[in-house]
Design a protein. Structure first.
Lengths: 880, 115
């Protein structure tokens, strides 16, 4: 630091020096001339001039750089005094590093997911349209639909308040021909998709408008990672052919996946975790005649328009004059900002995590403030001397703040270094459902946040002790002398208050963690209506077409069933959680007109082979499951669908009833069985009634999933199952085989992520609070050593001493606990939407917290109190 | 009148030090020691500045750009820092003299009132 000072104002200092020297020497010369001898003259001048260093200091104070000078001085003193006490310094720095590090890690995720501008052109003007039927409004947006291909085609020209519109929907293809056959996730997009987002396609080009015509759509753009992985970064990639579902497609471009829309769930669509292939949307005549809400419509609002007027225009377009006719409901559009669609569902969880990490940091702060307070108390004579020697009170104040800020900045520095590792862990292990998680980095904004947090933390830790020192009377400090080493009783009182606050904060954090943990246990243990133990799932996409697929699955499931260790096997067009094969209105068999549509329920529909129900562990409530002999005009319905269609009717009367699926013109279908409701979505989402139909023509899904119930752990059977499938079709890609447990765990991944981190923070908070309590009680014991010795000497039993020392600490703990629980109850309503199966006032969680906290605090009080009770009175009395 | 350095120092009214320094520098550019000597001499040895407070005042006035300093060689052949009054300093001096006069008049009025 000194060379810096030299460069910056060395000249200034030297001039000041020589100016004062000149003054002193001139005066001495004058006195000698008046007849004094030299030593008398020198002595007199010294007395008259006063301390030259003091005068210089006052001069420096006049200069504009005085503040910097002071800060540097403060820092120098702070470094010196901190390095004199390395144990304290290390403990404080590590504690703060822990708290700041937790904040840095969480903030890095928040920055990437919620704050960083989306990597698209004019991203804040891009909206996603959603539509709701006025008569079918569900709770909490649950009934909102996305868009149709017709809307895209119409709005492209009619929606004049928007400068552009693009579409996308999930796509998934068997890729074969060159190399291992595999199943690759992608998206079907409008031809302008890349230029709409402003995503570069290089090498190559984006899709041409005419490629939206069926027949001309045999072109694809692939992701850079697929290019590297499957094509070894072939420089001549453009024009190469790739087989999707057995049809050759020309590769016309390569795009960086990070600049295009991320994968994962968006609205009710399930995109793959990585998008590797884009293909142009090319609606067939049949597509254009039907009405399928299977497109995500992205609209860019013109610069001068607001979303309200854009919405009004869509409303007019959706409900053209004369829309009112029976069975037609008004369509209400919504424009949801793109950011909200991509990351809206994780925002609350992430913000709560940030809240938890901030609480942790606050607890760490309280610990350090307590430690600093004791340190200040024991240094009170040092401060008194400094004030007596002419330091101003505000200098002592800034000095203490500089000390704590230095601690926090070093802690922040360590935290930044470790946050690189923490962020790698988060991106590797975090749930895939958090968008942009792979792009989380420790970058400049994150480091700025860390620095800001460090400075705030430092000032907060230093505030209480600095204020205490500021208010202190210099004379009192000097008089207290050695005794002040143990601090005034006021400092002890403040430490007790700090400890109470700390316990309250820790309790609040523990309570949130406990509520989330209990919810998680409930979600995992929830009744889903299907087995998750010892069930294997294999998504399969046969290469054979049409009716041959029925036979393919028939033979395949028979062969698998004959494997030793397999109890049952079947296939379904959409397994719970992962799959979705659509939803339709279900009519009663005697409905003759679609006008009753709004009174009839919407149900998810799935096609199954006869073995599926047994393999998935569905529970039959009435009637029977499918057999091989059931025709396509039969159905199994879920309990909730039955009660919506035939309210009040006993379940065993339901088999034999007839229904229409989709429209009243569709063939009459007779119900053969009723099963208990299956949670096809996540258990914490609303339940959709289900209708199951046999896997028979005319509707043959290509996307089927084998479900195999095994008698032992499914992993042992994987090679055998693989071999059976290979034998049935050598070219079929077999994606990763997962157990049902693994499939389900992906639905709770976000919940688990938040729960795990919150619990981790809460445990750390508990530890810090325990250290805090231990510190305060130890301090009380140390400062009362003489008193305790006296008590023992005059006959107090060790039991009494123990009780006395403990009761004080535990009283504060108890008050803190009550305050913390009250705060947690008040805050719990904010958590409500994230809880499952328990109320925010869940007694199990709150009681658990109270027990854990009290027992931990008890131990923390007991250790130092026991030490007090074992004091040797003779030694204690001699204690100074 | 028996004189003691520290007493006269205390008698210097708060805020008048700046005015006196400006006034003395208005006569001719001087170095710090010269300012002390000149004040001592002009006030017929009744005003004395504690040297410790002179320099902070000089630096303060310099920062406010009322004084401008430059290094010159003294008659005795040594380098010393001479303080000149600036234009802004002259205006400031006039303002301070004005208000000082008003203050003195007011105080005299009060003190000379009979009864």
């Amino acid at each position: 630091m000194n060379w810096l000072r030299w460069i910056r104002h060395g000249k200034w200092e030297r001039e000041m020096d020589s100016e004062m020297r000149f003054h002193v020497e001139s005066q001495i010369r004058d006195y000698i001339r008046q007849g004094m001898n030299r030593s008398d003259a020198e002595r007199r001048v010294r007395r008259e001039f006063g301390a030259p260093e003091l005068a210089k200091d006052e001069c420096r104070d006049q200069m504009p750089f005085a503040g910097v000078d002071h800060l540097r001085g403060d820092l120098r003193i702070a470094i010196r005094s901190l390095s004199k006490n390395p144990g304290f310094t290390l403990a404080a720095i590590l504690t703060l590093a822990l708290g700041i590090g937790a904040n840095t890690a969480i903030f890095s995720v928040i920055y990437a997911v919620l704050l960083k501008p989306l990597p698209y052109r004019d991203a804040d003007r891009i909206f996603v349209s959603q539509v709701e039927l006025a008569d079918r409004r569900g709770p909490e947006n649950s009934g909102r639909l996305a868009g149709t291909i017709q809307q895209y085609l119409e709005w492209r020209t009619e929606a004049t308040l928007f400068s552009g519109i693009a579409t996308m929907r999930p796509g998934r293809w068997n890729v074969a021909g060159d190399g291992e056959p595999e199943r690759i996730d992608g998206a079907v997009v409008s031809s302008n998709f890349f230029s709409f987002l402003g995503a570069p396609v290089a090498p190559g080009r984006e899709f041409l408008p005419e490629e939206e015509m069926p027949g001309k759509d045999k072109v694809v753009i692939i992701s850079d990672s697929l290019w590297h992985r499957r094509f070894a970064s072939d420089p001549n990639i453009l024009g190469r052919r790739i087989n999707l579902q057995g049809e050759p497609h020309e590769i016309v471009g390569v795009a960086p996946a990070s600049k295009v829309m991320p994968g994962g769930p968006i609205l009710y669509f399930h995109f793959g975790p990585r998008i590797d292939i884009w293909k142009p949307v090319a609606p067939t005549t049949q597509d254009l005649q039907g009405e399928s809400w299977d497109q995500i419509l992205l609209l860019r609002l013109k610069g001068v328009e607001n979303s309200e007027s854009g919405r009004d225009q869509l409303r007019t377009l959706l409900n053209p004059p004369g829309w009112q006719r029976p069975g037609r409901s008004e369509l209400i559009p919504y424009l949801v900002p793109l950011r909200e669609v991509i990351s809206g569902n994780v925002r609350l969880r992430l913000l709560l995590l940030l809240g938890a990490s901030q609480l942790l940091l606050l607890i760490a702060c309280t610990n350090i403030a307590g430690l600093l307070l004791s340190r200040t108390a024991s240094r009170s004579s040092e401060f008194a001397i400094r004030i007596a020697l002419g330091a101003t009170r505000s200098r002592v104040l800034t000095h203490l703040l500089a000390e704590s800020t230095l601690l926090a900045l070093i802690g922040g520095g360590i935290a930044s270094v470790f946050s690189f590792a923490a962020v790698r862990l988060l991106t590797d292990r975090g749930p895939a459902a958090i968008p942009f998680l792979s792009q989380v980095r420790v970058n400049v904004p994150v480091l700025l946040f860390t620095m800001l947090m460090s400075i705030i933390t430092g000032l907060m830790c230093g505030a209480v002790p600095a204020w205490k020192a500021y208010r202190r009377d210099a004379a009192a400090g000097l008089q207290e002398g050695g005794r002040a080493a143990l601090g005034g009783s006021r400092a002890a009182a403040i430490r007790q208050v700090l400890m109470g606050v700390q316990i309250a904060l820790a309790t609040a954090l523990l309570a949130s963690a406990a509520l989330l943990l209990h919810s998680f246990v409930k979600v995992v243990g929830a009744d889903r209506g299907y087995d998750i133990e010892r069930v294997m799932t294999v998504p399969l996409f046969p290469t054979v077409q049409g009716a041959q697929r029925v036979e393919f699955f028939g033979t395949l499931t028979d062969n698998i069933r004959s494997l030793p260790g397999v109890i049952a096997a079947g296939a379904i067009s959409g397994i719970p959680v992962r799959g979705d094969s659509g939803s339709q209105v279900v009519y009663l068999g005697d409905d003759v007109n679609n006008t009753v549509m709004l009174q009839r329920p919407i149900a998810g529909f799935r096609n199954t082979t006869p073995g599926y129900f047994a393999a998935s562990g569905s529970t039959l409530v009435a009637g029977r499951f499918f057999t091989e002999h059931d025709p396509v005009t039969t159905a199994v319905v879920s309990e909730s669908l039955a009660s919506l269609l035939w309210p009040g009717e006993p379940l065993n009367k339901i088999p034999g009833h007839t229904i229409h699926q989709g429209s009243v013109q569709s063939p009459l279908v007779s119900v053969v069985g009723v099963i208990r409701d299956v949670r096809h979505g996540a258990v914490d989402k609303s339940l959709l009634p289900q209708i199951y139909r046999p896997y028979l023509p005319p509707r043959i899904f290509s996307d089927m999933t084998l479900v195999i119930k095994t008698s032992a752990a499914p992993s042992a059977l994987v090679p055998a199952v693989r071999a059976v499938i290979r034998k049935a079709d050598a070219n079929i890609p077999i994606p990763a085989i997962q157990t049902m447990q693994e499939v389900v765990s992906s639905t709770v991944a976000e919940r688990q992520f938040q729960m795990t981190l919150t619990v981790l923070f809460a445990i750390l908070a508990l530890l810090l609070a325990a250290i805090g309590v231990y510190g305060v009680v130890s301090y009380a014991v140390a400062s009362q050593t003489r008193d305790i010795g006296l008590r023992i000497a005059i006959g107090s039993t060790r039991q009494e001493i123990l009780r006395r020392m403990m009761s004080k600490g535990m009283l504060v703990v108890f008050i803190g606990l009550i305050a913390g629980l009250a705060a947690a109850l008040a805050a719990a309503t904010g958590l409500r939407s994230l809880l499952y199966g328990i109320s925010p006032y869940d007694p199990v969680a709150l009681l658990g917290v109270a027990i854990v906290l009290l027992s931990t605090a008890f131990c923390a009080c007991y250790l130092p109190a026991r030490r007090a009770s074992r004091l040797d009175p003779m030694i204690a009395l001699r204690h100074e | 009148m028996p004189r003691h350095e520290t007493e006269t120092d205390a008698e210097l009214l708060q805020g008048t030090l700046d005015m006196l320094i400006l006034k003395i520098c208005a006569l001719e550019p001087l170095h710090g020691y010269g300012i002390v000597q000149r004040l001592h001499q002009i006030s017929k040895e009744s005003l004395n500045i504690r040297q410790g407070s002179l320099y902070p005042a000089l630096y303060r006035l310099e920062r406010k750009r009322w004084l401008k300093a430059n290094w010159r060689t003294t008659d005795g052949g040594r380098d010393a820092k001479y303080y000149n009054l600036t234009k802004a300093g002259r205006e400031q001096l006039e303002r301070e003299q004005e208000s000082w006069k008003r203050l003195c008049d007011a105080i005299s009025l009060v003190l000379e009132t009979n009864e």
